[in-house]
Every structure is written in structure tokens, then in C-alpha cells.
Design a protein around this ligand. Structure first.
Ligand SMILES: [Zn+2]
Length: 167
């Protein structure tokens, strides 16, 4: 289940019109796990090689899953379900990314190395999309137990900051 998935030659993969589909367990994505409250779950991906309208080789990458983040307003856990679709222009490592590609909003350029690690690629794309300041649309602040309504706001805050303080 945790076999490492690499693409030996991204350009050949694209030229052959190949497609790769799978799931990556979140626990294997250490950079994502760092910002989540739970490492449980999976990321589903579909990676397809394609040729752009301009004849350049690219990847179409679709990702979906859910991360558990910490809401920066109420400091409790929040689910961040995502569905991402990106077009990635393949650039050989060491090659300059053309100026007009940097301004192109429809696709991002990625430098590809031989033996491209699919997990790294997936992780990179999600990291780019994760909200910098995640917030619930509407926070439901947990009610202080014991009915102490006159509690100081600072005491309430320190309670919320405790790990696992979600009630
Ligand atoms: Zn919140």
C-alpha cells in the first residue's frame, strides 16, 4: 500500500499519454501532517500526461481529500475538504522557466527530475493550496463547562489552546 511511486521520465510519460491513479495515505506526507491535527485519511490522485495547446508537455493533476486543520479564529479543529485540479507545465531541471509561463495563470511550471516522486508532487500541490490562515466559516466556540459565564477572556483562550481541548 505504501509503495513509492515514481515516474522515471515525466516527458515520456506525457508523450505516451499515460495516466496514473491512486491513493496516498496522509500519514506518509510528513509535510502535510505537520499542519494537521490528524494524520488519518487518504489523498486520491489522478495524474495524466498531456500535450498543451502550444505543443508543450504537461501534467493534469487532480487531487481530493480532507485535511484536519486548526481554525485560527477559535483554535479548534476544522475539516478542510479539497478538490484540486492543476495543469503543470513540465520543465527540464536546470532549464529556465520561460517568462510568459510565470505570468500564465492557467498552469504552473514545474521542474522535473528523473524519477519524479509522485507523492512529493502531490504534497507540493496541496501545500500550495492549503489556506494560510484556515478559518471556519462560522466558528462554534466551545462553551465553557461549569457555566462560569464571567470567566476572563484570557482564561477561556488558554483553555482553548490546550491540545485536545475540543469539547
Ligand atoms: Zn473556528
Amino acid at each position: 500500500m505504501s509503495q513509492r511511486c515514481v515516474i522515471p521520465d515525466a516527458f515520456k510519460f506525457a508523450a505516451d499519454g499515460r495516466r496514473l491513479e491512486g491513493r496516498i495515505s496522509l500519514a506518509e506526507c510528513s509535510r502535510l501532517v505537520e499542519m494537521t491535527t490528524s494524520a488519518e485519511g487518504e489523498i486520491a490522485y489522478v495524474l495524466a500526461g498531456a500535450q498543451g495547446d502550444d505543443g508543450k508537455w504537461q501534467f493534469e493533476l487532480e487531487l481530493s481529500g480532507t485535511l484536519r486543520l486548526v481554525c485560527q479564529r477559535c483554535l479548534t479543529e476544522m475539516a478542510w475538504p479539497f478538490e484540486l485540479a492543476s495543469t503543470l507545465l513540465l520543465v527540464r531541471s536546470g532549464e529556465e522557466i520561460p517568462e510568459d509561463e510565470l505570468e500564465d495563470d492557467t498552469r504552473d511550471a514545474i521542474e522535473v527530475q528523473p524519477d519524479l516522486d509522485v507523492k512529493q508532487l502531490v504534497e507540493d500541490e496541496i501545500l500550495l493550496a492549503v489556506p494560510i490562515v484556515p478559518r471556519h466559516e462560522r466558528c462554534e466556540a466551545p462553551l465553557p463547562s461549569g457555566g462560569a459565564t464571567k470567566e476572563s477572556p484570557f482564561a477561556a483562550l488558554s483553555g482553548l489552546k490546550k491540545p485536545g481541548g475540543v469539547q
